[in-house]
Write a protein that binds this ligand. Structure first.
Ligand SMILES: [Zn+2]
Length: 454
């Protein structure tokens, strides 16, 4: 993209310092540098600033100056203004099951970036497949709708369900028991999952400028809608902010994950997490769709202004709340709750000791971004993941519902218009214990020590 276009995109989604005054909508656009929330720990802040100084030029080049061309994808030629449903085989075989999946491609009439939307890399995480199925259905796709190729700039590829073999078995894993999101970029002649990763990587990922990968929490827990991103990767940082929700976790992603591998190749990639596996949490589905449309608007691919949240929590770490006793868990503060230091967030009872009950206390004030849904706990089981919010507490409290839970932007209709410099960036500092937001949850697969959601 040209410098001016880049500036325009940056301007529409760049973080600015917050102000409380109401700014008129048609105020003069400013072209300022990206700013990083002041309270992010200094060492990480320097890394992020360094990342943002680098050109945000993406791997693949496109420009709005030349006319739009036919889009070649999976050996098919897609004309400007066309929607195509293509079949992609996860395995390249002559005999046996090739695991065909569906890819919907919208090729716009104007030049622009290629955005790839992926759901169901884990076969039992249904929020992504549902959100993408709705977006590629009759209410969103086609003439006069939000995703109309006759006015679209650039190209959108939608893969509602990547791990179709896992989905059919209601499993996170591929039929060989491996986690696809640990095998990118994959190897042509390695194990089954690695071969699939390689085919997805070379046919779908490398031709993309932006990737939004939709996930849900793994079994036994649930997440509030949140974005995970490496904030030091400039185009990913912009994409995360333009999604328009409150909670952004600054992590690289596990080794072999799509996000980490794509960033290495300078492809913008964010992970959305919402709800849990084996469930169709309607709020998480709605927020996913809202966020995707926000990103497309920020990239000026579809018309309309992106919505922005009242504030963003930019988190570089979290705290674990654990049970010290074993038994059956009753969560009193569900995911999304704002809790005070010393507040009882859950109780544990033991059917073998009916007279006794153990209270689990929050060690700090903050926002619970994830809680356990499985009632079985032993001493040491994490029952919640807490963002320790020290600054911006009043701003956060203003956005709580009657139950004390954060009202996520996009879950209650479009929020009022605000400029990006009206969004308050609140930093949450700490460390990711075990190296990632989920590493502490342990694994239902003993061969995989670093089990995570994403
Ligand atoms: Zn997942």
């Amino acid at each position: 993209m040209t410098d001016t276009e880049e500036e325009n995109i940056v301007d529409s989604i760049a973080p600015k310092e917050s102000t409380n005054k109401i700014v008129p909508r048609l105020k003069k656009r400013r072209f300022g540098p990206l700013k990083v929330a002041n309270q992010i720990p200094k060492s990480r802040r320097l890394e992020i600033e360094k990342g943002l100084e680098k050109s945000s030029q993406l791997k693949n080049k496109w420009t709005r100056k030349v006319g739009v061309k036919t889009h070649s994808f999976l050996r098919k030629r897609i004309k400007p203004g066309e929607i195509r449903n293509l079949t992609f085989n996860l395995l390249d075989v002559k005999i046996g099951d090739s695991w065909p999946i569906n890819v919907t491609v919208l090729h716009g009439v104007r030049p622009g970036p290629v955005v790839t939307l992926l759901g169901g890399i884990h076969g039992d995480e249904l929020v992504g497949p549902l959100a993408l199925t709705y977006l590629s259905g009759p209410n969103f796709l086609g003439e006069g709708n939000a995703l109309d190729p006759s006015i679209l700039s650039g190209t959108i590829r939608i893969v509602s369900i990547v791990n179709l073999p896992g989905y059919r078995r209601q499993s996170r894993y591929f039929p060989d028991g491996r986690d696809l999101n640990r095998f990118f970029p994959g190897v042509l002649d390695s194990n089954t999952t690695s071969r699939v990763a390689h085919r997805i990587w070379s046919n779908i990922i490398t031709g993309s400028d932006y990737i939004i990968d939709l996930h849900a929490a793994a079994k036994g827990r649930t997440n509030i809608p949140q974005i995970r991103v490496n904030l030091a990767h400039s185009p990913s940082n912009l994409t995360a902010r333009s999604f328009g929700i409150e909670t952004i976790l600054d992590t690289q992603g596990p080794r072999g994950s799509l996000r980490r591998t794509a960033n290495k190749e300078n492809i913008a990639c964010i992970t959305y997490e919402g709800g849990g596996s084996d469930e169709a949490d309607p709020e998480s589905v709605q927020v996913a769709m809202y966020g995707i449309l926000n990103v497309l608007r920020s990239l000026r691919m579809i018309p309309g202004y992106p919505s922005r949240p009242r504030f963003r929590l930019l988190a570089t770490g979290s705290d674990w709340i654990r049970s010290d006793q074993g038994g059956l868990l009753d969560v009193l503060a569900p995911a999304g709750s704002y809790v005070e230091e010393g507040e009882i967030v859950a109780t544990v009872t033991d059917p073998q000791n009916p007279s006794q009950s153990h209270e689990i206390i929050s060690p700090k004030q903050g926002l619970l971004i994830s809680t356990a849904t499985s009632p079985f706990v032993t001493s040491g089981t994490p029952i919640g993941n807490l963002l320790s919010v020290k600054r911006g507490v009043n701003t956060l409290i203003e956005r709580l519902d009657d139950e004390g839970c954060l009202i996520i932007s996009g879950s209650d209709g479009d929020p009022p218009w605000r400029e990006d410099d009206e969004v308050e960036d609140i930093s949450v500092s700490g460390e990711w214990s075990g190296g990632s937001p989920d590493a502490e949850w342990g694994s239902d697969d003993k061969t995989n020590q670093e089990e995570e959601d994403c």
